[in-house]
Ligand binder design. Structure first.
Ligand code: ZN
Length: 55
């Protein structure tokens, strides 16, 4: 099955975690993907650009 997935060019890595992070400044929801095993990831808010940490 790994070969089939690679052949289709799917870019989403299995094991990545998708986080819906709510910006602490403007309240916008940001989709953040984090590698498996990482509990905290920094991201910049798509609305106001503030860098912050999502857990
Ligand atoms: Zn924001």
């Amino acid at each position: 099955m790994r070969e089939a997935i690679a052949a289709k060019g799917v870019t989403v890595k299995q094991g990545d975690t998708r986080i819906m992070a709510v910006c602490g400044k403007c309240g916008a929801q940001n989709k953040v993907s984090a590698p498996k095993g990482v509990s905290r990831v920094t991201y910049a808010c798509k609305e106001c650009g503030v860098e912050q940490m999502a857990m």
